[in-house]
Design a protein around this ligand. Structure first.
Ligand code: ADP
Ligand code: ADP
Length: 242
């Protein structure tokens, strides 16, 4: 089943008195467990596509479906619930909380508005702690758990962000240029770690990049230019059916 589906999506922005089509009639689908790169130069529409999938923005025309539900048909409450329960986010600037240590940053989404929105609020506390410990080990930060973000390298900060994105066990993780602030080698390591988590947990990952080295790690590539898809292909032994 498609976990993400864009159907003839157009997104138009007003810029002064001209209209910019950030996306123009874009259609593609991602299946459960997909590891998909949105590639293309700056301004090609990658962030816009991720913002529409993440329900941060709504399409001008066309439809975005997440887990078979058209996001345009959902109420604010349903969208908030979807974002808290089903989606994880990774940013290019890491967006960690400076006063919290590694472990606390990773745990943070589990504390957010948990009574109303978090399906794991009923987890036994010991189970939650085991899961957080597992993630810390998987992202290679076992010896950094009490350090704060300013004591970590860029690569380590993004490892924290990956664990934080996964802590609520989302079905989809969205990452907008997650390697933009890292050197090329560290960037490739970060994408490889995301790929490892994708394979271990079956979480669908969608990330954007303009780095050809990073695109090579994806199983499914959607290439954008000027708001339209100019190429779409599968690689690393994957096919359209997974
Ligand atoms: P990318 O992520 O590939 O760099 P974006 O999705 O950010 O591309 O942008 C695609 C196009 O839409 C660009 O021409 C950009 O200037 C324009 N755009 C994006 N967001 C806005 C906005 N909020 N207002 C006006 N134009 C925007
Ligand atoms: P990686 O390649 O794994 O991201 P680096 O080689 O950049 O890590 O960093 C090695 C070590 O130096 C890290 O364990 C980190 O704790 C420390 N370090 C790197 N950058 C910084 C920084 N800006 N501030 C404090 N410590 C840092």
């Amino acid at each position: 089943m498609a976990v993400i589906k864009l159907d003839s999506v157009t997104k138009q922005y007003a810029l002064g008195n001209t209209l910019v089509k950030a996306l123009n009639d874009v259609s593609f689908a991602a299946h459960a467990g997909d590891f998909i790169a949105l590639s293309g130069p700056s301004g090609s529409g990658k962030s816009t596509a991720l913002n529409l999938i993440g329900c941060i923005d709504a399409p001008t025309s066309g439809q975005v479906e997440i887990n078979g539900i058209i996001t345009g048909s959902m109420s604010e409450v349903e969208i908030t619930r979807l974002r808290h329960q089903k989606l994880g986010f990774i940013f290019q600037s890491f967006n960690l909380i400076p006063v919290l240590n590694v472990r606390e940053n990773i745990e943070f989404p589990l504390l957010l508005d948990s009574s109303k929105h978090n399906p794991y609020a009923n987890w036994a506390p010991a189970e939650q702690q085991d899961w957080i410990n597992h993630l810390i080990e998987q992202v290679g930060l076992a010896d950094r758990r009490i350090n704060r973000p300013n004591e970590l390298s860029g690569g380590q900060r993004q490892r924290v962000a990956i664990a934080r994105a996964l802590v609520t066990k989302p079905s989809i993780v969205l990452a907008d240029e997650p390697t933009a602030n890292l050197d090329s080698k560290t960037g490739a390591q970060i994408i490889a770690l995301m790929h490892q988590m994708n394979q271990e947990l079956g979480t669908t990952f969608v990330f954007s990049t303009h780095d050809p080295r990073v695109v090579e790690i994806a199983d499914h590539v959607v290439k954008l230019q000027d708001g339209t898809i100019i190429d779409e292909y599968f690689q690393n032994g994957k096919s359209a059916t997974g």
